[in-house]
Each structure stands twice: as structure tokens, then as C-alpha cells.
Design a protein around this ligand. Sequence first.
Ligand SMILES: *Cc1c(COP(=O)(O)O)cnc(C)c1O
Length: 232
Amino acid sequence: MGQSMRSIHDNLQAVRGRIAHAATAAGRDPLSVTLLAVSKTHPAALVEQALAAGQRSFGENYVQEAIEKMDALAGRSIEWHLVGPLQSNKTRLVAARFDWVHAVESEKVARRLSEQRPAGAAPLNVLIQVNVSGETSKSGAAPGEVAGLAAAISSLPNLKLRGLMAIPEPGAARARFRDVKDLFEKLKAEFNLDTVSMGMSDDLDAAIAEGSTMVRIGTAIFGAREKIRPAA
Ligand SMILES: *Cc1c(COP(=O)(O)O)cnc(C)c1O
């Protein structure tokens, strides 16, 4: 039976249990890992159910779809994260509506986000996506470029650089998570970083064992997604 047959409340409880178990097994405080519920392709009604079960942070991949949900859930206390890739022609909407952006990989996009963050809004929380798979076709900054990008982002007034994000290939060696954590440890003090966003439904346990502080969980909470994705 698929996870979609169970309630979102039960799924959230199960995921919280997995997080606590993985953290404890690694000698870490379970409260050092934030659960981000990735609600992409799922309707606002399911976000409502997760809210009712105490979930507050939600991740989306597609800007237009996210904004429809934000409008449907206006006035609710939700922290919205963009976890998908960000094209530079979408930065204005993202700067206006999101609280966090996980996949920043260029100075150009970072500069636009800072310039377009509305006056009076809190700084936009930003993560640099780092490419640890080593394939040139994959998104994310090369590990050797991350320090320079971090310095550039840190100088922008309306962004707050919080850390790193990575999406290792499904089934990738656990060492890929360790590479991200090692890079984070090198940059943490200089840039005052506190967040390592890595781990999804299938590999959150390994990611937490290797130091993740934020896991991005879709399927294990909301069930399987339709294969056809809406356009960004
Ligand atoms: C879809 C998505 C997730 C959630 O993946 P699941 O395997 O469904 O948990 C996490 N991070 C990113 C960047 C995603 O696109």
C-alpha cells in the first residue's frame, strides 16, 4: 500500500520518528534537524492537512504553482522555501514571495534577488547549491567556486546566506553528503553559516548521519507525485 493511503498526519509522525532515530543514532540532537515538507505538485488542501499536524515550513519547486498555493493559504503562518532551480527571469516573484531560496548557484541570480527583495522585508535566506556529483550537466556551483560565491552573496544587503544545499544522485555514495558537510565546515565560521540542506525521502537517514540540518521531504509525507510535472 502506498504512503498516500495513510494520512498526512501519520506520515509526518513517521518522518519525525525517522529524523529523531537517525539523529540519535549519529549522536546528534533531533532538534538540530529541521523538517521541510516539499509540497510540489500537491494541492493547497494537503498543505492545510500538514499545517493542522504542526508542520510550518514548506518547499516548492515551481514558482507559479507555489504562488497559487501561497494565495490560497494567505494569512496562515507558513515559511515558504523555493527548493527547485531558479531562472533569472523569475527572481522578482521569488524575492517578493519566498522566505528561503535553496538553489542559488550564480552571483547574477543572487544580485537580482537582493535588488528585488521588497523594502522592509526581512532579508531573504539563501543557500548555495553545490554540485558534488561532479557531472557538468548537473546544477549547482562547483565546490571550488563556492567560497567566492559565498563572499559575493554575503556582501548583498537584502540576502542572508545561511549555508549549502545539495542533491546527490539517487543512490549516490554517502561520501557525497560528507563532501557537502566538509565544505560547510570550512566556510561556516567565516560566513556565519548554520544550514546544510540535504536528504530526501529515500536518503534522509544517511544525510542526517553525515550532518544535514534540514531535510527536504516530499513523497514520505504527501505520497507519490504524478509523473507529469506542471510547467515552472
Ligand atoms: C522533489 C524534491 C524533494 C523531495 O523529494 P522526495 O523524494 O519526494 O522526498 C527534495 N528536494 C528537491 C530539490 C526536490 O525537487
